[in-house]
Design a protein around this ligand. Structure first.
Ligand SMILES: [Zn+2]
Length: 379
């Protein structure tokens, strides 16, 4: 994440703006309580933010029983964020306001194997398109963020050791985008973005594992309500070794990685061997729904292998929720097999309150996660 031109706010102003933008506070009294600042200090800074056109105040006037407190909100003209989630075959991209509300979201075809420069320059052009057609006039772009379907070093914004992304290894994604935008740039693993977006749909759950079962397998970890990045690869379960009857060499060079058996790409390859060709992992869900036995059996095995890896993690981490998303997650046997493995093998204390459920946040989840993380960078 770069330290480029931020919103024109100083530390405490930024904190207050963030509390309003995230919906935690809508009055001066709430701001004082949550920020720990004195009421007079909050009032002064709120006036400055109102004058700067970053906050607005609505609902003024009186109501029965006295003066109705005026409601603070983020000004629609405070700025927009341009966010994307790069997949193997397509990209979702859009503009959000600083509260994370989508102004527009689109899906376009993209081929990540075209290499980083071509894909990122194409993405930046697509952002420019959206800004021209969908950003309200005079409203400035405040930050740019993208999800990457591979490991990202949070310190450098570089992709490190991705699968199925030729030319991307060690490519400085954040630097490349930063050369085009003199703004904060967020580059994050796609499962991490998904975890941040998904966590907002589970109020009351502090510790979550959010699994992305798509072309690859990813997992994002939320600890005490915050994304746990570790050194950058936290939650990356794709190259954990699994027990199988056969032996397969993974793209990473090791034998019997989870990804080599249970990823959408692996299922696609196994189906092709059986003479069943599908274009993308999402098509496998259709085969399962049509009760094609090869597809159902492969998805069931994938769920069992993923579930066996998760048993270790559930015993170790004791999450409140495992949310399963990604293009394969709509295949019912996948979730059923994951559940069966985890409930069979984990400690009762770990599973008694554990919820293993389909992800709730919908198809824009990663973009919402990007908006949420980017807001921290912008303020
Ligand atoms: Zn591997």
């Amino acid at each position: 994440m770069s330290g480029k031109e931020r919103l024109p706010v100083t530390g405490a102003q930024g904190d207050l703006l963030r509390l309003v933008a995230t919906g935690q506070a809508e009055s001066r009294a709430e701001l004082a309580r949550l920020s720990g600042l004195a009421a007079s200090s909050v009032s002064l800074r709120v006036e400055e933010l109102l004058d700067a056109g970053l906050l607005i105040e609505e609902g003024s006037g009186t109501s029965r029983g006295g003066r109705r407190p005026r409601k603070l909100g983020l000004s629609p003209s405070a700025g927009v964020l341009a966010v994307a989630d790069l997949g193997a075959h397509h990209v979702r991209l859009g503009l959000l306001d600083l509260s994370g509300n989508p102004l527009t979201i689109q899906e376009r075809e993209a081929d990540i194997t075209a290499g980083p420069e071509a894909v990122l320059d194409w993405l930046a052009d697509a952002f420019d398109d959206l800004l021209e057609s969908h950003a309200p006039e005079g409203v400035r772009l405040r930050g740019v963020g993208t999800g990457i379907p591979g490991p990202v070093d949070p310190a450098t914004g570089r992709v490190v050791g991705p699968s199925r992304m030729p030319g991307w290894n060690n490519f400085p994604v954040a630097e490349h985008l930063g050369a085009r935008y003199d703004l904060p740039v967020l580059v994050e693993n796609d499962a991490n973005l998904m975890a941040v977006g998904e966590a907002r749909s589970w109020p009351g759950a502090d510790n979550l594992m959010v699994l992305k079962a798509g072309t690859g397998i990813g997992c994002g970890v939320i600890v005490h309500g915050r994304l746990h990045r570790g050194r950058g690869a936290a939650g990356d379960i794709s190259h954990v070794r699994v027990r199988t009857d056969s032996s397969t060499v993974c793209a990473c060079g090791h034998r019997d990685c989870l990804e080599a058996y249970a990823s959408g790409a692996a299922l696609q390859a196994a189906l092709a061997e059986a003479g069943i060709l599908v274009e993308r992992p999402a098509d496998i869900v259709g085969l399962v729904n049509d009760a094609v036995p090869e597809a159902t059996s492969l998805v069931r095995t994938a769920g069992r292998l993923i579930g066996e890896v998760l048993t270790v993690l559930v015993n170790f981490f004791n999450p409140d929720v495992i949310a399963v998303g990604g293009s394969l997650s709509a295949a019912e046997p996948l979730l059923a097999s994951i559940r069966a493995a985890v409930y069979e093998r984990c400690l009762p204390l770990a599973t008694r309150e554990l919820e293993i459920a389909p992800a709730r946040a919908g198809q824009d989840v990663a973009l919402l996660g990007a908006g949420s993380l980017l807001l921290d960078a912008v303020l």
